[in-house]
Design a protein around this ligand. Structure first.
Ligand code: SAM
Length: 290
C-alpha cells in the first residue's frame, strides 16, 4: 500500500510538478480512495496504471487534494468573539499605544470570504466609533485561481448564508448572475471593502518566504490560519506555525479552524476563550521543527 502511495506521489510530481509529500497520509489516502471509486479502479495498482496513462486523472486527483471551500463568517462562535471582544480590544490597544494601523494576515484565504468577513467587522467598528484608524489585511493563498476570484469579489449566494441582511445591504450589490454563476444568485463585494485587502500568492509550507512580500516585515496584530494545517503532516504544520509565530507581534492573536485547535495548543499558544480557536502568543515562540 505504502509503495503504491509513493508511486502516486511520484507520478503527480512527474506529470504536474506538484509536491504532495507534505499532505497528511490519511488525508492523501482518502482522496486517492475517492478517486479510485469515481474511476471504478479495483486496486491501487490499477489506479497507478490509470494515472500513468491518463493525465486528466492526475489533474482530478490534484484538484481533490486542494479543498478550497470557504464561506463568509465561517465559524459563528469564532466570529462572534472577534466582533464582540478581540477586535474592540485590539482597537483599544492601538488607541492607548497611539498607533494608527491594524495589520492582519489571512494566511490561506481561498477565494476571499475570510478576509472580507474580517474587513466587514473592522469597517463597522471604524464607522460606528468614528475611529481615526486604518487597517491593512494581507490575504494569501497557494492557489492563484482562488485569488483571482477573491480579487473579483463576486460570490454565489450559497457562501453568504451567515451574512445578516444589514451587512448584505451595506457591503454587497446583487449582480447579473448569468454573467458569473449561471442561474445561481450572485453578489459583488463593495469596492470600499476591497481597499482594505492586498491579495497575493504565498505558500505557507515552503521553506522560503517569511511573510507576504507586500507586508515587508510582517508585524501582524492578528493572523488567521484556518482550515489548512490539518491537511499537512506534523513537520509541515510546525513549519507553517513557525512562520506565523515569527511574524506575529507579541501579545498578538492567532485564529485557527475548529479542527486545528489541538495542533496550535501543542505549539505554545494559549486559547483565550473555550473552544473558540482564538489564541494568543504570550509565551516566547518555540520552533518545534528542529
Ligand atoms: C479549506 S480552504 C480554507 C479557507 C479559509 N481559511 C476558511 O477557513 O474558510 C483551504 C485553503 O488553503 C489553501 N492552501 C493549501 N495549502 C496551502 C499552503 N501550503 N499555503 C497556502 N495556502 C494553502 C488552499 O488553496 C485553500 O484555499
Amino acid at each position: 500500500m505504502n509503495n503504491g502511495v509513493a508511486v502516486i506521489r511520484d507520478l503527480l510530481f512527474q506529470f504536474n510538478g506538484i509536491d504532495t509529500n507534505g499532505f497528511e497520509e490519511a488525508f492523501f489516502m482518502k482522496c486517492v480512495q475517492n478517486r479510485m471509486s469515481k474511476t471504478s479502479s479495483n486496486s491501487l495498482n490499477g489506479y497507478c496504471n490509470l494515472l500513468k496513462s491518463n493525465k486528466e486523472e492526475t489533474h482530478s486527483l490534484v484538484n481533490s487534494l486542494n479543498n478550497t471551500f470557504s464561506e463568509f463568517f465561517r465559524n459563528t462562535l469564532t466570529f462572534a468573539y472577534l466582533e464582540q471582544i478581540v477586535l474592540p480590544s485590539l482597537i483599544e490597544k492601538k488607541r492607548k499605544e497611539k498607533q494608527k494601523e491594524i495589520r492582519i494576515w489571512s494566511a490561506a484565504c481561498a477565494s476571499g470570504q475570510e478576509p472580507y468577513s474580517i474587513a466587514i467587522l473592522i469597517d463597522e467598528l471604524i464607522r460606528i466609533h468614528h475611529l481615526d484608524l486604518s487597517c491593512r489585511i494581507f490575504a494569501t493563498d497557494i492557489n492563484q485561481s482562488e485569488l483571482e476570484i477573491a480579487k473579483k469579489g463576486i460570490y454565489q449566494v450559497s457562501s453568504l448564508g451567515k451574512v445578516n441582511i444589514n451587512r448584505l445591504n451595506t457591503y454587497f450589490t446583487r449582480v447579473n448572475q448569468m454573467e458569473y454563476y449561471g442561474h445561481f444568485e450572485a453578489y459583488a463585494i463593495s469596492s470600499d471593502l476591497k481597499q482594505y485587502i492586498d491579495f497575493s500568492v504565498f505558500d505557507l509550507a515552503s521553506e522560503e518566504g517569511a511573510c507576504p512580500q507586500a507586508s515587508i516585515y510582517g508585524n501582524f496584530d492578528m493572523i488567521i490560519c484556518s482550515n489548512v494545517l490539518f491537511y499537512y503532516k506534523p513537520e509541515y504544520r510546525y513549519r507553517m506555525l513557525a512562520k506565523i509565530g515569527n511574524c506575529l507581534n507579541s501579545n498578538a492573536w492567532l485564529i485557527t479552524g475548529e479542527a486545528e485547535r489541538e495542533i496550535v495548543k501543542e505549539n505554545n499558544y494559549t486559547e483565550e476563550f473555550f473552544s473558540s480557536g482564538i489564541f494568543r502568543n504570550f509565551k516566547p515562540y518555540e520552533n518545534k521543527s528542529h
